[in-house]
Design a protein around this ligand. Structure first.
Ligand SMILES: *Cc1c(COP(=O)(O)O)cnc(C)c1O
Length: 382
């Protein structure tokens, strides 16, 4: 039985990982000495090279955040207002909102129960005369069915983009995530395991998309400072790149800590009926940046919400990502005829079961053992 309020300080999901502070400050000092703080400075260009190297892509366009990155990538891929884009409902609201904000029409597909990723069969059913793109999401860093979605897109002559916000450093069939589809978009938000405070990157092997994205990110200015298109300010700052570079240097170490944490949770919850730790694909390199449990209320005898409440009582701030599904939030839920042609039973079931637990450098075996004990007590009705 766990004592009341196990943790005197709240244990958050998504507490930032910080790399080598001295290296970070050195880089910041360099930027201050140069008085070059924005506008594609040397740190941003170095970050660009490192991210392209990590993703194994020819091009990388660093941006202010992944949300802007999705918007720029969609426009660079030629999508126009009114175009329908098929996207899973089980994702961060950032994915459909980014599309909706540039006038695209998200159409939500269901997921596969085991992977929590877009179900290619359902995507195929949803492709209609107005479909102009597919946006896959690598949910919890687990690559979606990239090959199947790419084949579908090719068959229909439309682009496929991947929201790879959660999949930095992961592999698909042994190749780094980043080089698939027309483009992929990474996030380096503070809550991601590799962060640049706020930041993102569009990675691609498509020269045209990369050059379009560069221009669009910079208010439509080309290298000669001539305005050649309509653009937005999607630029990354030198401070963000300083953090991003420092964080990338610690990527392997963060990944290893996450992997160990994932194992500790798996061991700590082993044999608990109705509670399953979400698993990554065998044989792939995974960043394990999220530890997600699925609570099957019928078997566990307790609903996910009650498990979350029990954790909250002990100052463990677990989060039900991604609840509710995006088709259940505004503005999409008001127009099911436009956004959700079918009910999404697997998404809705999953949304009732998932709970993200604290991981990253902020927790270790002792904290994890305590969190598992709280969950076990809650399930035992203690
Ligand atoms: C974090 C996240 C985003 C948004 O990233 P930002 O850099 O915060 O804009 C988009 N999609 C998914 C799946 C995410 O997890």
């Amino acid at each position: 039985m766990v004592k009341k309020s196990m943790f005197s300080n709240p244990l958050h999901v998504g507490r930032p990982n910080v790399g080598d502070r001295d290296r970070f400050l050195e880089r910041i000092n360099g930027a201050l000495d140069r008085l070059w703080l924005a506008n594609n400075g040397p740190l941003v260009r170095e970050f660009e090279a490192r991210v392209a190297e990590m993703a194994g892509t020819e091009h990388c366009v660093p941006v202010a955040n992944a949300t802007t990155g999705i918007q720029i990538a969609a426009k660079a891929a030629g999508l126009q207002p009114g175009d329908e884009v098929i996207v899973p409902s089980f994702t961060s609201p950032a994915t459909p909102h980014a599309l909706q904000w540039v006038g695209l029409v998200p159409v939500f597909c269901d997921v596969e129960a085991t992977t929590a990723n877009a179900d290619p069969e359902h995507v195929e059913q949803l492709i209609g005369p107005k479909t102009r793109a597919i946006v896959g999401v690598h949910v919890f860093g687990r690559p979606c069915e990239i090959d199947q979605l790419s084949k579908l897109a090719e068959w229909h002559g439309i682009p496929v983009l991947f929201d790879a916000a959660q999949a930095v450093g992961c592999t698909y069939k042994g190749k780094p995530v980043g080089g698939f589809g027309s483009a992929e978009i990474f996030s380096f938000h503070a809550t991601k395991y590799v962060n640049s405070f706020e930041g993102g990157a569009i990675v691609t092997n498509d020269e045209r998309i990369a050059s379009q994205a560069r221009v669009m990110r910079n208010l439509g200015l080309d290298d000669n400072r001539e305005t050649v298109a309509c653009g937005i300010n999607g630029r990354m700052t030198e401070a963000a790149a300083a953090m991003g570079l420092t964080s990338l240097e610690a990527m392997e170490a963060f990944m290893e800590i996450n992997r160990e944490n994932h194992e500790s949770y798996r061991d700590g919850l082993a044999g608990l009926p109705g509670v399953k730790v979400y698993e990554q694909a065998d044989e792939e390199r995974a960043n394990h940046q999220y530890v997600v449990i699925e609570v099957d209320a019928a078997t566990a005898g307790i609903h996910r919400d009650a498990v979350q409440a029990a954790l909250t009582e002990h100052n463990v701030l677990a989060r039900p990502y991604f609840h509710p599904g995006c088709h259940m939030i505004d503005p999409y839920r008001g127009r099911p005829d436009v956004h959700t042609p079918l009910p999404l039973p697997r998404t809705e079931a999953l949304c009732e079961r998932v709970l993200s637990l604290p991981t990253g450098t902020a927790v270790g075996p002792a904290e994890i053992a305590a969190v598992c004990e709280i969950i076990r007590d809650a399930c035992a009705g203690a």
